[in-house]
Design a protein around this ligand. Structure first.
Ligand code: 1GP
Length: 231
């Protein structure tokens, strides 16, 4: 079964393409984050995913693989997040890559471990925006309409507002959250200190921090968790 995720407030996303060792993983786990997502856009291979998987294995917190490359799918994680990019400019990222993956390993999948997520990519400069040829510009009504399509038409229970590499607009995130009925809103992008974590955790249900753990800002990680849990 996909782990209970709706009460997660803080998640760390580890990129298989970035260097990781036992000490980094120890610091991440010790921060008190609710779960770890393994996911990235560029140069993702099974070897790199497996390396992270082995480093994470001793720890009890939920370990989720966000699937971005078919040949890097690795069994053994507690759950699998499947991005559906709602503002993709190429259908491959709405349903094409998914069909190919299901064709390949559909018989082997435990579907109860799978959770689809409706991505809305809002930083045109990030790798995922380029890869998926994400549609821009979008005004706030466009973004809400994509989010509602995800929730109401595709029945997605998770909408992921992705600003990867850039701190986004908390007001826009609140606007999206308030315009949805039941879907949970994940926010990721540019959070590297407690203040930014607090701002976004007021707007979104769950914040995702990524790049900060690979920089000096990792010293702020514990505070980002603390502030979110106190909110
Ligand atoms: C990336 O949303 C995550 O997919 C986190 O973004 O790396 O900018 O923290 P950052």
């Amino acid at each position: 079964m996909f782990p209970e995720w709706k009460n997660w407030r803080h998640v760390v996303k580890l990129d298989p393409d970035k260097p990781a060792n036992e000490s980094l993983i120890e610091q991440v786990v010790a921060s008190g984050t609710d779960a770890i997502i393994v996911g990235g856009t560029q140069n993702i291979t099974r070897e790199k995913v497996l390396k992270l998987f082995r480093l994470l294995k001793p720890y009890p917190l939920p370990k989720i693989l966000e699937v971005s490359a078919i040949d890097a799918i690795t069994f053994g994680f507690d759950g699998y997040l499947i991005p559906v990019v709602l503002n993709a400019g190429h259908p491959k990222w709405l349903i094409g890559a998914h069909k190919d993956a299901v064709k390949l390993i559909g018989e082997l999948m435990d579907w109860t471990e799978v959770l689809p997520e409706g991505y809305i990519i809002l930083n045109p400069d990030c790798a995922a925006a380029k890869l998926t040829k994400a549609i821009f510009p979008l005004d706030k009504e466009d973004v809400l309409a994509y989010a509602r399509c995800g929730e109401k038409l595709f029945d997605l229970s998770l909408i992921y507002i992705e600003y990867s590499g850039k701190f986004g607009d908390p007001e826009l995130v609140s606007y999206i959250k308030n315009g949805l009925t039941n879907a949970k809103v994940f926010y990721g992008g540019g959070i590297d200190d407690a203040q930014k974590a607090k701002m976004m955790s007021k707007a979104a249900d769950t914040i995702v921090v990524g790049n900060m753990v690979y920089t000096e800002s990792i010293r702020n990680l514990r505070d980002t968790v603390k502030t979110v849990k106190n909110n």
